[in-house]
Structures are given as structure tokens and as C-alpha cells.
Design a protein around this ligand. Structure first.
Ligand code: F6R
Ligand code: MG
Ligand code: MG
Length: 367
């Protein structure tokens, strides 16, 4: 059987209100556009905060012109609707007027994985708002490399060999393959610097029962401000993770989100704050435009088809995490403009801070 590709392509093409969430009519435009396509096997349109998310399955492989142009046209049409409705920041993430075969580097975020379907194929989509691709380093590392998170790494012989990590240096535009558990400390030396080194993909090892060249997890790593050369919006990331039978169990995949770890990108892309795992209904950003949220949708893929995704954080088991996250948000907020709530100077994405510094420059005297 030919391989299946699962693609998430997402963009912020207008918020309602402000940068809080996506207007229902934008999702209706996308829903209609994708329903008319004959290249998709199935799709699901949703949003996380102000990001319009297209989840699609097909047989076209990664980086397919057909799929990318379908997504691009969908975002264009949604932008038209956003302008008509006077939504906030209409077309914000569409950085180019002309589509040239691939949306990579044009603004939208992409996580795509082509794989041979197993007898039963659980796939989990994670959608984040008000943060950056490096926000996935902590959970993806824990899922595939931390035995305190993933019991299977210790007790399931098929997970025991570990996994291979493809890590990108998003400043230098380079990548490196690293092995866990053999290189754990070196992997963490990179991944802890999450503004620079980000996990792009995870692969099985050669001796795994899964094909070693087919990814088991993928993260969108587009950095909008580097694409545009100046700040134009945020690079709110998405990821796909396959689970079970030789891979981490669904519960091991969700477990890292039981800790509301700190991520950057809150308010004006310039603050650190706790991630909050939420249900679809709460996937909107309110307090101080946040706190940063993560939504998790799980499904089973069969011959490329998938059913209405399950809303995995819509669960009282995550209530205490949300409460803790809200408490942490409060704690961080009390710091106001002070680091480490505010990001370090060199990471301020778009602010007047450089201008303030320029203006004060001549008033500084040598000591
Ligand atoms: C956008 C975001 C928001 C905005 C803030 C200011 O995703 O994170 O916090 O940065 O609302 O937005 P503008 O400059 O559009 O008024
Ligand atoms: Mg927005
Ligand atoms: Mg967003």
C-alpha cells in the first residue's frame, strides 16, 4: 500500500477579537475550500487561538505543490473574508503575494510526515498559540528520550533502543542527527537553548520494528521573523506525534504537558510564561494575550481516513495543570517589565526597546 501523508499547515490570517481566536466564518471558508478538493483523503479544520489550522491526509508526500497550493489558496480566501469582516491583522502570516510551489518560507507553519500505516495508527496533533517552535523541545524530548516520562523506554523491548533526533540550528540554518540515549547530555546541551536549537523530527533507530527512515514526530520550525527579516507576527508552532506499538503510548505522549513549563512568546512575542494545556473550547488567548496555550487532537488513521479528532486535554485529569499554569501566569505577571518575565534584550521580537536604547545612547557617559 502506498504511504500516507499527514500534514498540518497553519497561518494567522486574522484574529477575532484582537489576537484572541479565529472567527467561525474563517473556518467555514476553509472547510468549504478543503471539501471541494479532490487531492485530500480527509481533513479537519480548526483553530488554536488566532491560528487557522488545516489538518489534512493525502498521498502526495511531504512538500507537495498540490497540497501547499491548496493550503495557500485557502489562506488567501480566508484573508479576503477576514478583510470583509474587519478582523484583526487580516492576512498577517501571508508574507508573499505570489505562490511558487511551496509554502515553506512564505509565512505559514508546516508539520508533515509521510509514513507506512501500521495496522492501527494513532496520531496526535499538538497546536500551540503565543509561543515559538522551541516550545516543543521539552515535551518531544521527554516523550522520546526521558525514562521518567516514558516508562516504555525502560520496560518495552521495542522502545528500549531509543530514538534519533533531527535538531535544527534555526539561526545558522543547519541540522544535526543525534542518538538517544547515547548522546543524551549533548542533545540537552542543544535543546535547552530553545530559541536557537529546535527538534525538527524524531526517527526510530535502525533496529526498531518501524522503518528507520519514516518520522514518528515532526515539529513546524518556520521562524516568521527570520522569514520576513522583521517582526510580522508570531511563529506559533504545531507538531504531529505517532503513538503506541513500539512508540510511546498515548498517555506517555501527553504526560509532559502535566507540567506547565515556561515558554517564550507571550504578549508581543516578548514574554516568558507557562504553557496551558486546554480543550478546543478554551483555545483562545485572553489574559495578557495568553497565557500560551496548547491544544491536543488525537485520531486513528486508516487508509488515510480519520474520524473526528478527540479533544485530549478536555479532561479533568488536566484541571490541576491548568490551575497551576494560571497561578504561574499570575506569578510571572507580577514581574511586569522585569526579566525573566520579559525576554532577554536580544530576544525581544518587536518592541520599541531598540529605539529607546538608540535615543539614550548619547546620554550615556563613560565611567
Ligand atoms: C500576537 C500576540 C499579541 C500581540 C499584541 C500586540 O500573536 O502575541 O500579544 O503582539 O496584541 O499586537 P498589535 O501590535 O497587533 O497591536
Ligand atoms: Mg494574530
Ligand atoms: Mg497565533
Amino acid at each position: 500500500m502506498s504511504k500516507t501523508t499527514f500534514s498540518i499547515i497553519k497561518a494567522d490570517v486574522g484574529g477575532y477579537p484582537g489576537h484572541a481566536r479565529v472567527h467561525d466564518e474563517l473556518m467555514e471558508v476553509a472547510e468549504k475550500k478543503l471539501s471541494e478538493s479532490d487531492v485530500l483523503i480527509n481533513y479537519h479544520v480548526t483553530h488554536c487561538g488566532d491560528d487557522l489550522e488545516l489538518l489534512m491526509t493525502h498521498r502526495e508526500g511531504e512538500d507537495s505543490e498540490k497540497i501547499h497550493s491548496l493550503a495557500w489558496d485557502t489562506f488567501q480566501e480566508a484573508t479576503e473574508k477576514a478583510k470583509e469582516l474587519g478582523l484583526y491583522g487580516a492576512g498577517q502570516d501571508l508574507l508573499s503575494d505570489a505562490f511558487s510551489g511551496n509554502v515553506r518560507g512564505m509565512g505559514p507553519g508546516i508539520a508533515e510526515m509521510e509514513f507506512t500505516e501500521r495496522k492501527a495508527e494513532p496520531v496526535v496533533a499538538f497546536l500551540m498559540d503565543k509561543t515559538e517552535p522551541g516550545a516543543f523541545n521539552y515535551p518531544i524530548f521527554k516523550i522520546f528520550a526521558d525514562p521518567f516520562n516514558t516508562a516504555g523506554l525502560v520496560i518495552d523491548p521495542s522502545l528500549h533502543p531509543g530514538f534519533r533526533f533531527e535538531i535544527m540550528d534555526i539561526k545558522e540554518n543547519k541540522k544535526i542527527m543525534m542518538n538517544a540515549p547515547e548522546e543524551l547530555y549533548d542533545i540537552l546541551a542543544l535543546l535547552g537553548a530553545k530559541g536557537r536549537f529546535v527538534i525538527k523530527r524524531v526517527y526510530p533507530k535502525e533496529n526498531s520494528k518501524l522503518p528507520a527512515d519514516e518520522p514518528v514526530a515532526v515539529v513546524s520550525t518556520e521562524k516568521l521573523y527570520q522569514v520576513a527579516g522583521e517582526y510580522v507576527g508570531k511563529d506559533d508552532p504545531v507538531a504531529l506525534v505517532r503513538a503506541q506499538s513500539g512508540l510511546p503510548a498515548l498517555g506517555e505522549v501527553l504526560e509532559p504537558f502535566a507540567h506547565p513549563y515556561l515558554v517564550s512568546g507571550w504578549m508581543r512575542g516578548s514574554h516568558n510564561g507557562p504553557i496551558m494545556p486546554v480543550s478546543q473550547g478554551d483555545a483562545k488567548c485572553t489574559r495578557f494575550d495568553g497565557p500560551p496555550r496548547v491544544l491536543s487532537l488525537g485520531t486513528q488513521v486508516k487508509n488515510g481516513e480519520f474520524d473526528e479528532p478527540a479533544d485530549l486535554f478536555d479532561d479533568p485529569a488536566f484541571d490541576n495543570v491548568r490551575e497551576k499554569s494560571a497561578d504561574m501566569a499570575e506569578y510571572m505577571r507580577r514581574h511586569g517589565p522585569f526579566e525573566p518575565h520579559r525576554l532577554p534584550m536580544e530576544e525581544m521580537e518587536y518592541t520599541t526597546l531598540p529605539e529607546v536604547m538608540d535615543e539614550l545612547e548619547e546620554r550615556f557617559e563613560e565611567l
